[in-house]
Design a protein around this ligand. Structure first.
Ligand code: LLP
Length: 402
C-alpha cells in the first residue's frame, strides 16, 4: 500500500507517483507469455519517458521503442543497450537518421518509400549499411479511439503491403540497406484480440512471400497496443495475446519484438491533486483542483476516463461533479459528472491509471510548471524529477528578452 498522504506532505501537489513493483510484474507477465520463443520487449518510451523509469526497464532486460532521436538518447542514457533500440516514426529528419546510424541501434523502422530513399542516401554518405524494418499498414480496424488507431489506410502510419514488398526488394538490392525486420502497430488501448490476429496473419503471409524470393527477415515486430483496465474494460491476457501472434507464425523462425507502453506503466501511475474549492454554477457542481489539463491531458483530449479516489474517509452523500483545473479553457477537466462526497480545501484526489501518456504529454500551458515525479519501490519513495519552477520555465527565453 502506498501512503499517498505522506507523499503529498513530502513532495506537494500536483504529483505523479509510479509504482515500480507494478511495472516489474507487468514486464514479467508479458515476457513470460513469449517464453520458449526468441523475444524482445522494447518498451515504448513515449508512454513514460522518465529516465529512472526507463532505467528500471533496462535493468529488467528491456529494449526500447523510440520515436525521436531524443528518445533514443534517453534510452541509451538510461542504460538500454544499443542493440535493443528501435527507431520508429513517420517523420524522421536527416540528422536523426544519421545519428541513429552512427549510434548503431538495432534497426530503423521505415514508414515510407521516400524515407527508405533518405536512409539509403545517408547510409551511403556514411559508408554504412543501415539495418531497417518496414512498418506495414495491414488495413485492419483495431476498434479503439480514432486518435489512437493507426492500422487503417486512412491513418498516416506505415505503407500498404504492395508498397512494402517493392521496398523490401529495393532494400535487398541496395548495398547500403539491410532489411532485417517487419513491423506493424494497429493502434493503442486494444481490448480485442481478433484485429491483432488478423493483422499478424497478413504480416506473416508477407514474411513467407518474401522468404520465397530470398528475403529472410529476422524480426517480427508486433508493435504495442495492449489495452489496460481504466474502468471496467475487459482486457487481453498476455498469454492469449502471445498465442494469437504465435499462431500466425508457423514455419517462421523469427525473434518476436513487442513494443508495449501503456501495458507496462499505465496502472503503475497515480496523479495526485489537491482540492482548492468547490463551486456551483446553477445546479452544476464543480470541484476545482490544483492539477490541470497541462498535467494530464487525456480526459480533455480523448474524453478518457481515469478512476478517481478521495484520500481518507470522507463523509456525506456523493453527487456528480466535474473535476476541473485552473487552466483557462472550458476543456480543462480531469473528470466529468463524477460521483464525489462533499470535499474541503486540501482534500487529496488520486487519479488512477495515470502512468502512461500522463506526465509525458504535459506542457507549460498557462506558465504552469510541470509536476514532480516520484517512484515507489519496495515501500521506499524517491524523487525522480523535481517540480518545475518559474525559472525553469523561462530559462530558454530570459536571455533573449527583447
Ligand atoms: N509502438 C508504436 C509504433 C506506437 O505508435 C505506440 C504508441 C506504441 C508502440 C505503444 O503503444 P501502447 O502499448 O502504449 O498502446 N497518447 C495516447 C496513446 C498514443 C499511442 C501512440 N503510439 C493515449 O494517451 O492514449
Amino acid at each position: 500500500m502506498i501512503d499517498f498522504e505522506y507523499l503529498v506532505k513530502k513532495y506537494g501537489t500536483p504529483l505523479y507517483v509510479y509504482d515500480l513493483d507494478h511495472m516489474t510484474r507487468q514486464f514479467s507477465k508479458l515476457k513470460e507469455a513469449f517464453r520458449g520463443r526468441k523475444s524482445l520487449l522494447a518498451y515504448a518510451i513515449k508512454a513514460n519517458s522518465n529516465l529512472s523509469v526507463v532505467s528500471h526497464f533496462a535493468k529488467l532486460g528491456s529494449g526500447a521503442d523510440c520515436v525521436s532521436i531524443g528518445e533514443v538518447k534517453r534510452a541509451l542514457l538510461a542504460g538500454i543497450p544499443k542493440y535493443k533500440i528501435l527507431f520508429s516514426g513517420v517523420g524522421k529528419r536527416d540528422d536523426e537518421i544519421a545519428e541513429a546510424l552512427k549510434l548503431d541501434i538495432l534497426y530503423i523502422n521505415v514508414e515510407s518509400e521516400a524515407e527508405l530513399g533518405r536512409v539509403e542516401m545517408i547510409a551511403k554518405e556514411m559508408n554504412k549499411e543501415a539495418r531497417i524494418s518496414i512498418r506495414v499498414n495491414p488495413n485492419v480496424d483495431p476498434k479503439t479511439h480514432p486518435y489512437i488507431s493507426t492500422g487503417l489506410h486512412e491513418n498516416k502510419f506505415g505503407v500498404d503491403m504492395e508498397t512494402a514488398k517493392r521496398m523490401y526488394i529495393s532494400a535487398k538490392n541496395s548495398e547500403h540497406l539491410d532489411p532485417v525486420g517487419i513491423h506493424f502497430h494497429i493502434g493503442s488501448q486494444l481490448t480485442e484480440l481478433n484485429p491483432i490476429r488478423e493483422a499478424a496473419e497478413i504480416v506473416a503471409d508477407m514474411v513467407r512471400s518474401l522468404a520465397a524470393i530470398d528475403i529472410e527477415l529476422k524480426f517480427f515486430d508486433v508493435g504495442g497496443g495492449l489495452g489496460i483496465r481504466y474502468n471496467d474494460e475487459t482486457t487481453i491476457e498476455p498469454y492469449d495475446y502471445a498465442q494469437a501472434v504465435l499462431g500466425t507464425m508457423t514455419g517462421l523462425d523469427m525473434t518476436i519484438v513487442c513494443e508495449p507502453g501503456r501495458f507496462l506503466t499505465a496502472n503503475a501511475g497515480y496523479f495526485l491533486t489537491k482540492v482548492l474549492y468547490e463551486k456551483k454554477n446553477g445546479e452544476k457542481r464543480f470541484v476545482v483542483v490544483d492539477g490541470a489539463m497541462n498535467d494530464l491531458i487525456r480526459p480533455s483530449l480523448y474524453n478518457a476516463f481515469h478512476r478517481v479516489e478521495v484520500v481518507g474517509r470522507k463523509k456525506g452523500e456523493t453527487s456528480p461533479a466535474d473535476i476541473v483545473g485552473p487552466v483557462c479553457e472550458s476543456g480543462d477537466f480531469l473528470a466529468k459528472d463524477y460521483p464525489l462526497p462533499p470535499l474541503d480545501h486540501g482534500d487529496i484526489l488520486i487519479l488512477h491509471s495515470a502512468g502512461a501518456y500522463g506526465f509525458g504529454m504535459g506542457s507549460n500551458y498557462n506558465t504552469r510548471g510541470r509536476s514532480a515525479e516520484v517512484i515507489v519501490e519496495n515501500g521506499k519513495d524517491r524523487l525522480v524529477r523535481k517540480r518545475e519552477s518559474f525559472e525553469d520555465i523561462i530559462a530558454l527565453e530570459r536571455e533573449y528578452l527583447i
